[in-house]
Design a protein around this ligand. Structure first.
Ligand code: 8Y7
Length: 275
């Protein structure tokens, strides 16, 4: 399976790595490091050299408790970076946003994928993506970033996340977004306790039945820190690799990560075994 992302194609016949590029002053593990377009480009080039198949640019931190940013602030942060990256990189650039205006301007600047932690639930977002005709990753979240970790509650987290993703995919199809442009993601850590995250990872393969490529984001997340006795975000690489390999073994097509080189090696070994 190969998906078209604007001027690039993304071959999902084996698990691929999406490199995270935060252009936020407040992200939990690398906030403030790549706000200047030239610094962002350097980091993106390095991730591509390390084997990233796509770079995900985000200008609004979605970590628990994070403040939301205004539309203008988000545009000012991400659009210059996307313009620079799309002209310089050999891989597609994805835009991590929930705002339809940012989706449109990012696509005009050359972005080849939308990564929306709100699964196009903002007013006008489905219509925007339907017009743009680029792939979209629909992620599940319970609640909203500011308060989502206060008291996550499910009867059956796997069934509820799966049903939600299926409904969002259905809404996209109904709005004219082609099925080949839809990817799904259970949203590890987004309104989920450690037990919920573990159930979702244990049962990750059940999401393949929905019929869309799956993305998983576990890199340096607090679920890894919790398992490793409250290890800090900069000490979670090996645990993150274990979770990424498990997700890939259970059908994840894209792993969204901070540590590209290490994850690419892990995915190459995983792919050699899956084949
Ligand atoms: C995810 C994500 C984040 C994820 C997708 C972090 C933007 C928090 N996590 N997008 N974004 N999936 N699709 O720890 O798991 O990187 S932000």
């Amino acid at each position: 399976m190969i998906i078209r992302c604007a001027d690039h194609s993304l071959d999902l016949n084996e698990p691929r790595v999406m490199g995270i590029l935060n252009v936020t002053p407040d992200s939990f593990s690398d906030g403030g490091m790549f706000v200047k377009p030239s610094d962002a480009l350097k980091h993106a080039v390095r991730m591509v050299e390390e084997g990233a198949a796509i770079i995900d640019v985000g200008g609004e931190s979605t970590r628990p408790g994070a403040q939301s940013v205004s539309l203008q602030q988000e545009l000012d942060r991400v659009i210059p970076v996307i313009e620079t990256l799309t002209s310089e990189l050999s891989v597609p650039v994805s835009i991590d946003t929930s705002k339809p205006e940012v989706m449109r301007e990012a696509a005009t600047a050359g972005a080849g994928m939308i990564n929306d932690v709100c699964a196009l639930s903002a007013e006008g977002a489905i219509e925007a993506v339907s017009e743009l005709q680029i792939p979209v990753c629909l992620m599940h979240m319970q609640g909203e970033p500011r308060s989502m970790q206060q008291q996550p509650l499910y009867d059956d987290v796997v069934a509820e996340v799966s049903d939600y993703l299926q409904q969002r995919a259905q809404a996209c199809l109904a709005a004219g977004i082609p099925g080949q442009y839809i990817l799904l993601d259970p949203g590890f850590g987004f309104g989920k306790t450690l037990q919920h995250n573990l159930l979702l990872l244990q049962n990750f393969e059940s999401l393949t039945a929905l019929g869309y490529p799956l993305l998983a984001g576990v890199s340096r997340k607090s679920m890894i820190g919790q398992i490793l006795d409250e290890r800090g975000a900069d000490q979670r690489l090996y645990g993150s690799l274990a979770a990424a390999v498990i997700a890939a073994m259970k059908g994840a097509s894209i792993l969204r990560v901070h540590d590209v080189r290490a994850t690419v090696d892990a995915m190459r070994v995983t792919a050699a075994v899956i084949q």
